[in-house]
Design a protein around this ligand. Structure first.
Ligand SMILES: [Zn+2]
Length: 298
């Protein structure tokens, strides 16, 4: 099944067009067509959350969600990541129908899931399947931060475990792009168990000599960092990505010490051996390709 959900969610603050183009006549009384045109116009421009410059959304989208003014990396949706990494027309989605129940009857969770599904067009915080990277077939899982902060509940754990097992069964390298706030509290212990489950599946992959490329991107924290994201044979990230277990503020408050400059950022982690490669977004696909090619002799 091909993905029909390449509709990136906006990751930057919106400004109303009326503050930019004050002369614009009001179209409230106009025809439906005119009102639609006006609406379209309102979606054209945004403000970069990093440099505060007004940016043209189309430019940002065409530039892999990178600010054309300051090169700030905005978050990419899982669908955009797949588009970035996987050869066009080769992605086959798997396990798309798995959805979360509310095992603990956590108040409000069922409604929260429903509204998030509607808002994001996703069933949960990961898309998985198989596809090719410059011709090499891989089993891939990509997390999406816009679905409840990329939190890992039973569905995320199950889909990623299946993606790993698919790699095992079909002898395909496994690639996981993670971005996550950590465990999904609403699922309690069921959520924490996903750490052991994904790690155990990766151990089988290792025993069988199949490579696992982990790509934690900004931000990856909590139980995801504490399990599969740090278990890659090769760990690749993007410039300035925040990767850690607890956030820097929590650590500072706990140890009552100031943390070193750039702590938990990609460059600091590379220097201290926590990640292996920092790849610019535009190079990411080719870097992953070269790593996979080297590890599989394909
Ligand atoms: Zn910017």
């Amino acid at each position: 099944m091909n993905l029909g959900l390449f509709s990136g969610k906006k990751k930057y603050a919106t400004i109303s067009v009326s503050s930019v183009e004050k002369e614009q006549p009001k179209n409230n009384e106009g025809s439906k067509e005119e009102r639609e045109k006006e609406l379209d116009k309102q979606q054209l421009w945004d403000k970069c959350t990093n440099c505060n410059e007004i940016i043209y959304i189309k430019d940002v989208k065409e530039n892999n969600q990178i600010c054309p003014k300051c090169s700030h990396y905005f978050r990419m949706s899982a669908a955009e990541r797949i588009e970035l990494l996987i050869d066009e027309g080769t992605f086959v989605e798997e396990d798309s129908k798995i959805t979360s129940a509310n095992p603990l009857n956590f108040p409000g969770y069922t409604e929260k899931l429903r509204s998030t599904r509607e808002k994001t067009g996703l069933n949960d915080a990961v898309i998985s399947g198989t596809g090719k990277i410059n011709g090499i077939e891989v089993s891939i899982g990509v997390m999406d931060f816009s679905f409840m902060g990329g939190s890992m509940g039973a569905v995320v754990g199950e889909k990623l475990t299946r993606a790993i097992e698919r790699g095992l069964e079909k002898k395909l390298p496994v690639v996981i792009v993670s971005t996550s706030g950590g465990a999904r509290m609403h699922e309690g212990i069921n959520s924490l168990m996903q750490m052991a489950k994904t790690s155990a599946a990766l151990d089988k992959l290792r025993e069988n000599g199949i490579p696992f490329i982990s790509i934690p991107v900004n931000p990856t924290t909590g139980g995801v960092t504490a399990s599969f994201a740090m278990l890659g044979d090769v760990i690749i990230t993007e410039p300035k990505a925040l990767i850690g277990f607890a956030g820097p503020r929590v650590i500072e408050q706990t140890i009552k010490q100031k943390l070193p400059e750039g702590f938990q950022k990609a460059e600091f982690l590379l220097e201290h051996g926590m990640v292996d490669i920092i790849a610019k977004r535009e190079d990411l696909k080719n870097v992953v390709y070269r790593v996979v090619k080297n590890l599989t002799n394909s």
